[in-house]
Write a protein that binds this ligand. Structure first.
Ligand code: DC
Length: 221
């Protein structure tokens, strides 16, 4: 048995982080953790309870439990025990997640849980601050990127596949706004760790990316 490592995958929204992280976790036989889903679960809670102000969100944290369950070999995020996977992938929840993720206390709350999940290593975690804050000592750090237009195109297709009727310009605007918020917030802004490997997948197929990423991982085996 080879030594297990921690793989941190960071990058902009809709750049295929989750797809790659999931595929790599399967390739490696590791646990996959989608930290964006954790921020989205908190966002859903604040929408349901109409908590607009940061102080109200912070006060509610002791009542919020975020977890994961495996259903049909898929990882679903839970909010106080309820499987909310089907409700967190909307533009509205995504935008709210980007807002609540700016609150220092929300980040500390989730980062502590994420660090616990990585204690035994053998984990692939994706998000915005995994290689910089959650696991600054991760053995392998990948930073995925793609042009805003390519990412908006992907997000647009995902939403159409889900039965939504998005407007492309709105989706693109949303991608740009979210990038701005994620990279300019005071708390743990999205940035590339100095020791992260950058993978720009604007012109790569999913399989080309998998080959590149598995190659980096396999160096540790
Ligand atoms: O990856 P995603 O689109 O599901 O993430 C939703 C939002 O959560 C995103 O706008 C930024 C935030 N997020 C974060 O701040 N830190 C993370 N580790 C993961 C997500």
């Amino acid at each position: 048995m080879t030594n297990k490592i921690i793989v941190a995958i960071d990058g902009y929204s809709s750049c295929g982080k989750s797809t790659m992280a999931k595929a790599l976790a399967q390739h490696a036989g590791y646990t996959y953790v989608d930290t964006g889903a954790m921020y989205r679960a908190i966002a859903l809670y604040t929408l349901r309870h109409e908590l607009a102000e940061p102080a109200a969100v912070i006060a509610a944290l002791p009542q919020i439990e975020v977890g994961f369950v495996r259903i049909n070999d898929e990882q679903h995020v839970t909010l106080n025990g309820e499987d909310v996977e089907g409700q967190i992938r909307t533009l509205q929840v995504g935008n709210r997640a980007s807002e609540v993720s700016q609150i220092k206390e929300v980040r500390a709350f989730l980062v502590a849980q994420q660090q616990k999940m990585g204690e035994a290593k053998g984990i692939v975690m994706d998000g915005r601050d995994i290689g910089t804050v959650v696991f600054p000592n991760a053995e392998l750090k990948l930073f995925l990127t793609a042009s805003p237009e390519v990412r908006a195109e992907r997000r647009y297709k995902e939403l159409v596949d889900k039965g939504e009727h998005p407007d492309f310009e709105t989706v693109l605007k949303d991608v740009n706004e979210r990038d701005y918020r994620d990279t300019h917030r005071a708390e743990s802004p999205l940035r590339q760790a100095p020791d992260a490997i950058v993978v720009d997948n604007s012109n790569m197929t999913k399989y080309e990316q998998m080959e590149v990423i598995y190659g980096y991982f396999d160096r540790f085996q």
